[in-house]
Design a protein around this ligand. Structure first.
Ligand code: NI
Length: 209
């Protein structure tokens, strides 16, 4: 895909590359990304909340792993944000496909293998976990929420893009590179200075991580 902006480098490369829907380039078209029954919001957390993604090479690696898995088992990353110790993403799966679990499982496994191979650090795990082959990179489970409709998708995109402010890392989403926010600004979904305070759309949403 042709780069239009200088910021589209590093971790941002995986933030949104049109895959199923290469025609999505104009105002609010992201609503077309909604696939009934196949659009979900996910939260993945590192083991013991260790801040793996503070390291640039970890951010680059997770982006590369996500793209590689996507090439094998297609899905569309509609929105994504990477924080030091967790990530949130919204995916659309191909019509009729609901198997997001295999995809995340492979992403987690591939990231773990390659991260450890490059000498990346991990948290200490208990002996019983070590016996089962679990490493101190990812929490075992992840959170999934099926988006009910286009409005629910939009709220979860807002939740994702506001997240670096919510967690206190920056004062506005624009300042956080590791997210799809700037891509959404590109297509006219947000003003560049959106999100200095919590958007009305996310009020009342469950607020775990
Ligand atoms: Ni978060």
């Amino acid at each position: 895909m042709q780069s239009r902006s200088d910021y589209r480098t590093g971790v941002f490369r995986f933030a949104h590359t049109p895959y199923f829907f290469p025609e999505v380039t104009t105002l609010s078209n992201y609503r077309r990304w909604y696939q009934p029954g196949g659009t979900s919001f996910f939260t993945l957390v590192t083991y013991d909340r260790i801040p793996i993604f503070e390291e640039a090479r970890a951010r680059d690696l997770i982006g590369e792993v996500i793209r590689n898995v996507r090439d094998e088992m297609p899905f569309e990353t509609i929105a994504i944000v990477l924080l030091p110790d967790h990530l949130h993403a919204v995916w659309a799966l191909p019509p009729g496909d609901k198997d997001f679990s295999s995809r995340w499982k492979k992403i987690k496994a591939d990231f773990t293998a390659r991260w450890l191979a490059m000498g990346g650090s991990e948290a200490r795990v208990t002996e019983s976990q070590a016996r089962r082959g679990n490493r101190g990179i990812w929490q075992r489970r992840f959170i999934e929420h099926l988006c009910r409709d286009e409005d629910d998708l939009e709220r979860h995109c807002d939740y994702i893009h506001y997240n670096p402010v919510k967690h206190g890392y920056v004062i506005k989403p624009w300042d956080w590179e590791a997210s799809s926010f700037r891509r959404f600004v590109d297509v006219g979904q947000y003003e560049w200075d959106w999100g200095r305070s919590a958007p009305v759309s996310i009020v009342g949403m469950r607020d775990e991580i």
